[in-house]
Design a protein around this ligand. Sequence first.
Ligand SMILES: [Zn+2]
Length: 343
Amino acid sequence: MTGRLVIVGGAPATGKTTLASALGRSLGLPVITKDDFKEAIATPFATGDIAWSRQLGSAAYSALFTVADRILAAGQGLVLESNFRRGMSDAPLRALARLAPTVVIVCRSPDTLRHKRYEERAGTRHRVHIEGAILAEWISDDTESLIDIGSPRLIVDTTDGYSPSIDEVVAFARSATIPEAMKREWPADWSERVRGKECPMCAEGRSDVAHGSSRIFEGRVSDAYLTRIDVGQPGYSVVIWRGRHVSDPTELNTEEASAYFAEVLRVGRALERHYRPIKMNFEMLGNSLPHLHTHVVPRYLDDGEPGHPPHFMRADLDPRNAPTIPEQAYARDLAALRELLRG
Ligand SMILES: [Zn+2]
């Protein structure tokens, strides 16, 4: 995921649009601003009063948040700039912040300077901004613009250039981290587990029953088990490499690899003969238990996931509370498969 959300806020005339543009250039992100939307929406209409301007502002916000949502949901990033307000903008900004690593940057400068800047640029901007009315109702207190949505926030003083410096602001925007709601972390000791730390498949030895499932095949370098859990795919079996601990087949030498795959295919052929599937899947995942093993999954015409990987592979199936194949049917299949895999 490369997307990130950089929210730039601040009271009117604090230089937030200029800062947002600079950030967009440095970060290679599009800059989406409420004013762009507001001006575009206003274009076909005659100029109205301050109420009209506020209505357009509300329409612009709706469009702004929808577009931002679509961009972030697609895994892309953006700089989002407006004079967001505490309270009013909180909920939609928080919703966006759940979609990507997010930072908030708020521009601030003394009120006298803001007022002066606003007066100076009055009349130079799009007619939608109703500058006279805003100056008449000028709000000198900018605390309403100090948005805080729980994401890391940086206040930038824009009195004279930027403080902290633009480089520091860019570095802050780059530091955005994955939001809690999106976190899918590998275990802290993952690399040790890949190397075999506390590996349950090494620990279990070459047992007749593994993870509640019975062995159907005892090969030279592997054991195969018919899964006792009922995942809705009759014949779902797991072949486990029984040599030294390896987590991926790339760690096998040529002789080991040939022996392992020959045994995996032997199990696959027996399953084909017994269950008559329309397709076989051989999946080597090991993303939760990194010891080389292969899921052998017959697929059927009345399959639960036609045309796709079997969905149950994504579930954490706990043998203690998952449904199991009825005992008689399981015993019958075990006997038939063992017969096919004999000698
Ligand atoms: Zn192992």
